[in-house]
Design a protein around this ligand. Structure first.
Ligand code: NAP
Length: 289
């Protein structure tokens, strides 16, 4: 039986650290605050917003909701982001995406001040991921993968990690972050040939494809650690990952569940980035005095 790499212990250990840091900020009269900019009422966004609100509340992080109508003009979304940028009491911002198709999403992402970009949506944040720079923060899901691997002390240095998926939200940034940990990284995608052979050759496999239960036992081997980033629904409407858990769990050494794995850690990473942004803002303010 594989070790189950649950998100909850990671979340609990992060909470201990975050509560201490939030208390320290409180002594300086700073309450970390996260803006949630949502356009429309997509069920995925509403569900993530509920989770984020609960997690923030449990830690002592304030939520600043910006709720816009699904037909809100681009200027209204721009105004909300400008307001977030201007407000010294808001430290992080989560812009729910995808935005409606008539909105220029890349333009909206670029409007956000990188100092408040706690989910790696600006080019400055992404450049930092690739150059080991310090502007902004990496995408929360990519950072959650690293957080979970660190928590369970999965060795990365010199190990072969296969990342399946090459999006800017997960696959590419997590690959760069793994490279920084001296892993040897292979990035695979929908055109990769001999995918099963490549995946079986890895020490660690990270699946981020958004294809429900696509990777069965033939893609994996003994001794491997598997991170399943996918959040999908099967034909019966059940939440599931990219990996066929029932088939793969008996084969590998360790695996994350869906739900209860990477997704739950992602929410805490969003909070951790907000706290870090509040600390950075305080340091910049007191440094100027
Ligand atoms: P995405 O932008 O659609 O990218 C999917 C990637 O997977 C693409 O690079 C695609 O290859 C590759 N791919 C698709 N089918 C494949 C196959 N059969 N074999 C190999 N590669 C394949 O998706 P994303 O935004 O990265 O999200 C991926 C998954 O993670 C989704 O289920 C999403 O819901 C989930 N997610 C979870 C969290 C969390 O907190 N846990 C956060 C964000 C996303 P091509 O580039 O060749 O098309």
């Amino acid at each position: 039986m594989a070790e189950l790499l649950k998100g909850k212990p990671v979340v609990d250990s992060m909470a201990l650290d975050l509560r201490a840091r939030i208390e320290a900020l409180g002594r300086a009269k700073v309450v970390p605050a996260l803006a949630l900019v949502r356009v429309g009422q997509r069920p995925d966004d509403l569900s993530y917003e509920r989770t984020a609100r609960k997690r923030a509340e449990s830690l002592g992080i304030a939520i600043r909701p910006y709720e816009l109508d699904e037909f809100a003009p681009q200027a209204a979304i721009e105004a909300a982001i400008h307001e977030v940028n201007r407000d010294e009491n808001v430290h992080g911002c989560l812009l729910f995406r995808p935005l409606p198709s008539f909105v220029d999403e890349s333009h909206m992402c670029e409007l956000l001040d990188p100092k408040k970009d706690i989910d790696g949506i600006t080019l400055a944040s992404l450049a930092s991921v690739f150059t080991d720079g310090h502007a902004g923060y990496p995408p929360a899901t990519a950072a959650a993968c690293i957080q979970l691997l660190d928590h369970y002390q999965v060795p990365l240095q010199g190990k072969h990690v296969v990342v399946v998926g090459r999006s800017l939200v997960v696959g590419k940034p997590v690959s760069m972050m793994l490279l920084r940990r001296n892993a040897s990284v292979t990035i695979c995608h929908s055109k990769t040939e001999n995918l099963a052979d490549i995946m079986r050759s890895a020490d660690v496999v990270i699946c981020a494809t958004g294809r429900a239960r696509t990777f069965g036992a033939q893609f994996f081997g003994p001794g491997q650690t598997v991170l399943d980033v996918g959040i999908n629904f099967d034909t019966q409407g059940n939440l599931c990952g990219d990996v066929d858990f029932a088939e793969v769990e008996p084969v590998v050494a360790a695996i994350t569940p869906v739900p209860g794995g990477i997704g739950t850690v992602t929410t805490s990473v969003t909070m951790a980035h907000t706290v870090a942004a509040a600390e950075a803002a305080l340091a910049a303010r007191t440094g100027r005095r």
